[in-house]
Design a protein around this ligand. Structure first.
Ligand code: ATP
Length: 285
């Protein structure tokens, strides 16, 4: 039997990285927001004498056991004690890889949700979220979707209900950034200095009121990623110059813009495409 689901990309409307904790992780405060740019995850599940997984993808991602969707499938079947089935995973990738858009995490989340529903909701939501957290820190958000305030290492999630939808443009210049490297760069730049905390409360209020969010967008990684990634800072500049409000997404290097005016967004898309960016128009989901 075949089941399929859209796996939505994530942008961070707000991402404040706090001090490094004794356990080596950083506390973060983040507002994560799912957008309509998506991969499609399809699973074909059949009875089989033993647990077998295979994966095909049209994108530049691993197709073996290191793919996050494969890992999610394996983790789910093991946790749920299901060992008599064969799962063929097919990924149609549209989310730029390693772009700060949680592409792998959302494929893993969609795989978990599809399998859980296929097997009659064997796992309650908290178990599914825990299983997701073991695969990657963005996976629990991708299971919930929508808009969420994330605290702690990113594992404490509080859903937010925005009153409206927002229009975005995401520009990716082709480079990739490893999240671990981005944290190291931030630690290096801060050189042990304690950080003044920035809070997302005004942004959350604006989201709940359906008001413009432009002036409340924030990302701690911009100070280290924009100077070292000219294609990200150029996209930032072009989006601002044409009337949108730009922000680095996650640890980058994708940059998104929020636009009130859709004709302005179309115009900006053309400008960015002329400079060879991969550009995706998307909305809140
Ligand atoms: P995040 O925003 O969560 O840090 P990202 O969007 O920057 O993630 P991904 O697209 O998830 O990054 O890719 C990160 C790495 O994961 C890449 O090296 C990629 O090869 C690997 N990967 C494994 N499985 C997948 C998948 N299903 N889709 C995309 N990347 C995957």
């Amino acid at each position: 039997m075949k089941v399929s689901r859209e796996a939505y990309a994530k942008i961070n409307l707000f991402l404040s990285v706090g001090d490094k904790r004794p356990d080596g992780f950083h506390d973060i405060l983040s507002v994560m927001h799912a957008v309509s740019l998506s991969d499609t995850v399809t699973l074909e599940v059949e009875k089989a004498p033993e647990r077998t997984i295979s994966l095909k993808s049209d994108g530049d991602v691993p197709t073996g056991p290191s793919n996050l969707a494969w890992r999610a499938c394996e983790a789910f079947l093991r946790y749920a004690g299901i060992d008599d089935c064969k799962v063929d995973i097919r990924l149609e990738k549209r989310i730029p890889v390693a772009g700060g858009l949680a592409g792998g995490s959302t494929d893993a989340a969609a795989t978990l949700v599809l399998l859980n529903s296929f097997f009659g909701d064997v796992l309650p939501l908290p178990d599914l979220l825990n299983l997701g957290a073991g695969l990657g820190s963005d996976v629990p958000f991708c299971i919930l979707g929508g808009t969420v305030l994330a605290r702690g290492r990113g594992e404490k999630l509080t859903p937010i209900t925005p009153a409206g939808k927002y229009h975005f443009l995401i520009a990716n210049g082709g480079a990739s950034v490893s999240t671990a490297e981005a944290y190291r760069a931030l630690d290096g730049a801060r050189d042990g200095e304690a950080q003044t905390e920035v809070f997302p409360d005004p942004l959350i209020r604006a989201l709940k009121d359906g008001a413009p969010i432009d002036e409340y967008l924030f990302n701690s990684f911009e100070e280290v990623i924009l100077p070292s990634h000219p294609e990200a800072s150029r996209a930032h500049e072009l989006i601002r110059a044409s009337g949108g409000t730009p922000l680095l997404s996650g640890s980058g290097p994708s940059v998104f813009g929020v636009f009130d005016d859709l004709s302005n967004r179309d115009r900006t898309k053309k400008i960015l495409e002329k400079e060879n960016y991969l550009v995706c128009e998307c909305e809140s989901v």
